[in-house]
Design a protein around this ligand. Structure first.
Ligand SMILES: O=C(O)CCC(=O)C(=O)O
Ligand SMILES: [Fe+2]
Length: 679
């Protein structure tokens, strides 16, 4: 592979000390909902259990997918080897060797890597075998030693953790990739429909043929031919018709199509992530859920033009809305479950009686979950009327019958009115949530008139010969903190090259939490690190960044280029780029803190996705091919608190950025300390 990436060395998997004020690490989880304030304790109620509605049949026999089949194969082989060992047909070294080969094969099959890479790994394994053989020929290792070494190797490889399934929702590149899987399923369904239609046409012909016989008074079984055919029909024709092998064959082909794409299917966490994304967009952009369900991205309670108008309007089904509500319900977030389940209930009511084969939920499910959400929110009378409606459709349901009795009792006791309206949970514990959301919603911030005096656009050569012929197009965005936007910093072709280089290496972005790095809900994206040796384009970019900033980017003074692709509703909530704790993994580079950030927008977006500077109170909309520059540290070396910034959720489109983080060391003469200690 031409691309060099590194997860160690000069590049860290991000160091995002999410903090505001003195909050240094991602906060410990707190309940995401407000507990209803009820003066008297409630009798135990029966909520609907969290979990799948109607479980899907397992994809592969045995329920565990292809991996399960492989494990089974490995077990059988182990059994056979054990038996041969026991009967003295094989010695321990041979068994160890066979285990080694089995382990290597097993791991190669299990690796979620492209076919070409898998082939390379296979060649590598053969290489190891060859080395062992040579060692054996040279007499360094005996035959037994070689087999033993193979056994150890295989055992070690088998101990490797299984590859994590790829995430779909956290990068738009992966979401787009899922289109391929669906296209293949579509092709399968098309041929299934064609075959089944032909089969049904044949069935109809049989039906009509027999029907005619039964209606024709002339067609009597006195006729021996008709009597024979009746007997034959009842003996075998009808069985062939009913237990149609053709139907089974068609269904099997369809199932095989599903198994083919099994590895690419989004998992439960993807559906959760996608539902959370819709709720995030609802919250951050104050969108009306009714509007969203209708395919309109409109702020609630306003008649402003929509924030985004897709070329083709698509609406959500009742089952779609139910699933979003259910994700909220399962985490005890009744604020969101109520808004989405309300929508689900009204859509199900509208279409009651008609049934979509793809739906997993029904009006009853939605009523049941909504009633319990209202109960948890303290609105007993709503809970009661929805439960009664439920019983109208399913009168024999014991659990809901009991709930109705209890709701009635509570209302009689006068405890049925909510103390306070249900408020949105601050599950992310952002202190500046309102300011952040207001900045995300704001179109490009118009600076105050007195500020305009210092702002403006200029062509900059920065005394660099590199920029003489093509000066940088600099737009000052803010003086304090110092933020500048360099327009046309890269070309479309360069942006495409960088995205193409990073694409195969994207992995869920992580954030620094103390000394560790981990994925977090407040950063939804995938990222990859590119060394400057990966491609001349990356090297040229480094030179250009050095020219405009006047800073030293040679290792270890800067990190590799971090390329980021945001996912569905992808965002990065307020954080600092510099470390705020000496324990941060960022210091492992031994070149100080991150003095400056250069962030390049590699794509445009259709809506949302601005970069918001929370305390400085401005946001920069995505400008394709532009680079945003800011100092994270003040001249005295302290972190600049005014640089708290965020990537707003992407409302529509595919947002890519590339980050270059430049460190303190190496810049001593390029950005000298200020004479003023407060500078
Ligand atoms: O995407 C953005 O606008 C901000 C990204 C950012 O702050 C980061 O990656 O550190
Ligand atoms: Fe950042």
């Amino acid at each position: 592979m031409g691309t060099e990436t590194s997860r160690m060395g000069a590049g860290w998997d991000g160091d995002k000390d999410r903090q505001e004020g003195d909050q240094h690490h991602p906060a410990p989880p707190q309940p995401a909902w407000r507990i209803r304030e009820t003066p008297t304790p409630l009798p135990p109620f029966s909520p609907i259990k969290a979990g799948p509605l109607r479980p899907f049949p397992p994809l592969s026999p045995g329920g565990g997918g292809r991996m399960r089949a492989r494990e089974l194969g490995a077990l059988v082989t182990l059994g056979v080897l054990g038996a041969l060992l026991g009967r003295g047909a094989l010695g321990i070294p041979e068994v160890l060797g066979a285990l080694g080969v089995l382990g290597v094969l097993w791991v190669l099959l299990a690796l979620e890597v492209p076919g070409a890479l898998r082939a390379l790994l296979g060649l590598g394994a053969l290489g190891v075998l060859e080395v062992l053989r040579v060692l054996e020929v040279l007499g360094v290792l005996g035959e037994l030693g070689v087999l033993g070494a193979l056994g150890v190797l295989g055992a070690l490889l088998a101990l490797l953790p299984p590859p994590a399934p790829a995430e779909t929702f956290s990068a738009m590149l992966s979401v787009r990739g899922a289109l391929g899987a669906e296209r293949r399923l579509l092709r399968r369904l098309r041929s299934y429909l064609r075959e089944e239609n032909a089969r049904l046409r044949r069935l109809r012909r049989f039906y009509e043929k027999v029907q005619v016989l039964h209606q024709d008074p002339e067609a009597s079984v006195d006729n021996p031919l008709l009597a024979f055919s009746l007997i034959k029909r009842l003996h075998s024709d009808w069985l062939n018709i009913i237990y149609s092998e053709e139907a089974t064959g068609n269904a099997q082909a369809l199932h095989a199509g599903l198994r083919e794409v099994e590895q690419e299917l989004p998992g439960a966490e993807d559906l959760d992530g996608a539902a959370q994304a819709l709720m995030r967009l609802q919250d951050v952009y104050a969108l009306s859920v009714k509007g969203l369900a209708n395919g309109i991205f409109q702020r609630s309670g306003t008649d402003h033009p929509p924030l985004y108008s897709p070329g083709r309007r698509v609406s959500l089904s009742a089952d779609d809305c139910f699933h979003v509500g259910k994700v909220a319900y399962d985490t005890g977030d009744y604020y969101h479950s109520i808004t989405w389940l309300e929508e689900a209930v009204s859509l199900f009511r509208l279409s009651y009686g008609s049934w979509n084969p793809e739906d997993r939920s029904s009006l009853e499910d939605a009523l049941d979950h909504l009633a319990f959400s209202y109960f948890m929110a303290g609105n007993i009378s709503h809970a009661l009327s929805l439960s009664r409606e439920f019983l109208h459709y399913d009168p024999s349901n014991q659990r809901v019958t009991k709930n109705v009795a209890k709701y009635e009792k509570l209302l009689e006791m006068g405890t049925g009115v909510s103390a306070r309206p249900l408020r949105r949970p601050n599950s992310t514990r952002l202190q500046s949530r309102d300011a952040y959301e207001e900045l995300c919603q704001r179109p490009r911030g118009q600076p105050a008139p007195e500020r305009l005096l210092h702002l403006g656009c200029s062509y900059e050569t920065n005394s660099s010969p590199y920029l003489l012929l093509q000066p940088a197009k600099k737009e000052m965005v803010r003086i304090r903190p110092y933020v500048a936007l360099y327009h046309d910093f890269i070309s479309d072709a360069e942006a495409e090259t960088i995205k193409g280089l990073a694409g195969p290496w994207l992995q869920r972005s992580v954030v620094a939490s103390g000394e560790k790095q981990q994925k977090a809900e407040y950063r939804i994206s995938q990222s990859a690190w590119l060394k400057d040796t990966a491609d001349p384009v990356v090297r040229a970019l480094d030179q250009r960044i050095a020219a405009i900033t006047g800073l030293d980017l040679r290792p270890p003074y800067a990190e590799y280029l971090q390329v980021v692709n945001y996912g569905l509703g992808g965002h990065y909530e307020p954080h600092f780029d510099h470390a705020t704790s000496r324990k941060s993994p960022l210091y492992r580079m031994k070149s100080g803190n991150r003095i400056a950030t250069v962030m390049i927008y590699l794509s445009a977006v259709e809506a949302g996705g601005s970069t918001a500077f929370i305390y400085a109170n401005f946001s920069v909309p995505v400008v394709k091919n532009a680079a945003l520059f800011w100092w994270n540290l003040r001249k005295n070396g302290n972190g600049d608190g005014d640089t708290l910034h965020a990537g707003c959720p992407v409302l529509a489109g595919d947002k890519w950025v590339a980050n270059k983080w430049i460190h303190e060391h190496g810049q001593e003469f390029r950005r000298p300390c200020g004479a003023d200690p407060g500078d």
